[in-house]
Design a protein. Structure first.
Length: 267
């Protein structure tokens, strides 16, 4: 299958992205181009290199070669906090909340990841600092409402059911006001009903907030549903295997062999 590229100028582009760990090539000349506001899926067998690509984009790992471009500007070598300020935020395959803090505190802490006022302004409580603090509180509650967690605002994050913790992670990623949102297996560990609710939530967030979203997911029904009007990238052994819409991916012989087994249709 020929690789497809978005019609507009990509907000994020990976060119021949490669990383070696010792003698193992985990990502091998991987290419991806994502248009502003697009929702793109990234799938592949276990060990294909999907999460490694996210770690390379966020510079948790350093690429051996290749380019990571945001609107044509190189991101390689930037620290995670500078990437956050550029507008890239992510969730993790393994939930990374502060379990003894409340849901509200988890979200508000992420809002403050980008300085909004100086230490001096905060110390003497100048009007600008007070105003920004009020805005942060309001935004934290609004984000919790967006993901359906407003009534759990004062509950400890670690006490929330697993599915709600997943929602809280998404709210926390949104708190940094990203332009690009990387979702690493948001439906991991969820049952069928929870997956359906998550699909509706991600679609609502995408449509209302206008984020560019790249999503790694093993639940085929989730990724096929969310990407039905967009594209899915398939990885195998760290490299591009196929790119296309859900129907193309489900019927591509290479994908069926490498990832979907004998199932040609996913409902």
């Amino acid at each position: 299958m020929d690789s497809q590229t978005p019609s507009s100028t990509p907000i994020l582009e990976l060119r021949d992205l490669t990383v070696d760990f010792g003698g193992v090539r985990a990502v091998n000349s991987f290419n991806m181009a994502v248009a502003p506001g697009e929702l793109v899926g990234l799938i592949g067998p276990n060990g294909a290199g999907k999460t490694t690509v996210f770690n390379l984009i966020t510079n948790a790992y350093h690429a051996t070669s290749g380019q990571i471009l945001m609107e044509g500007k190189n991101l390689r070598g930037l620290s995670p906090d500078r990437l956050c300020h550029r507008g890239i935020s992510r969730t993790f395959q393994n939930i990374r909340l502060f379990p003894f803090m409340t849901a509200y505190e988890n979200v508000e802490l992420s809002i403050h990841s980008a300085p909004q006022y100086s230490l001096f302004e905060a110390f003497v409580r100048l009007p600008r600092a007070r105003r920004k603090q009020q805005e942060s509180r309001a935004r934290a509650h609004q984000l919790l409402e967006t993901v359906g967690l407003e009534k759990f605002a004062h509950a400890r994050a670690g006490s929330l059911p697993y599915g709600l913790q997943r929602r809280l992670e998404i709210a926390r990623a949104m708190a940094a006001s990203p332009r690009i949102l990387l979702l690493d297996e948001p439906a991991a560990g969820m049952n069928e009903d929870e997956c359906k609710d998550l699909v509706n939530l991600i679609r609502q967030i995408h449509e209302s907030q206008g984020y560019t979203i790249i999503m790694i997911e093993h639940h085929m029904a989730v990724v096929m549903d969310l990407c039905r009007r967009s594209r899915i990238y398939v990885m195998q052994l760290g490299a591009n295997l196929a790119t296309g819409g859900p129907e193309q991916i489900q019927n591509d012989p290479q994908v069926i062999k490498a990832y979907l087994g004998e199932r040609k249709n996913v409902h």
